[in-house]
Design a protein around this ligand. Sequence first.
Ligand code: PGA
Length: 253
Amino acid sequence: MRKAVVAGNWKLFGTQASMQEIDALREKLNAIDNAQTCDVMICPPATIVMSAVDRAKNSVIKIGGQNCHTEQNGAYTGEISAEMLRDAGASHVIVGHSERRTQHQETSDQVRSKAAAAMTAGLVPIICVGEAEAVRDEGQAEQFIVEQICSSMPDGANGENVMVAYEPIWAIGTGRTPTPDDIGIIHKAIRNGLEGVMGEDEVKKLRILYGGSVKGSNAKSLMGVDGVDGALVGGASLKADDFYAIISEAYLA
Ligand code: PGA
């Protein structure tokens, strides 16, 4: 059985003041004895990764980055490497989020290199894929996603050293979500598509998250879809109460 993961992506939100949300989440999780039902992760901005790691100590909360460079070191002003995130105490890093792919023109080739760099540094990359609305309207979502995930997957990836997040672009921050059936179809297609890349046994262990407008009120139905192993949450991860509501609705009820 795959253990579910509920991961929060704070995007460009968060300062030292936000540590109170990590404190509150830690207290909530420490108060229940079935916190091991799912893995819990927060991916804050890089400036507060170290503080977040410190505040998440003695809890099940893991801390991840939101992006990393393809290289570990070099003349790349303003960049952050996987090795640096690891050094700061992170265990995971999101790569290929659609906001990076669209706002920074990241290609699947680059995403694959970033995921490889993360693995080299000892981080688990969370490799994101997602289709634009036009692609879905044309009936091409399944084919598009399989092609995107296969070209974003680094050599050496297996069921445990990477994770995948399916996030339809049109569902991110919009309050709209695909139907559970549509999500199930894509998650199945991803798993089938990756069978040729990492083999049947590994793909069975691979955790594939859904992301895009996940909140407490829809968490149970979205996380209940066959093949969905957790959530990547944006807006609803910023406040401990909202984030905890997702965890409890989906996995503690
Ligand atoms: P959202 O964002 O939950 O605010 O839709 C999800 C994401 O971008 O990871």
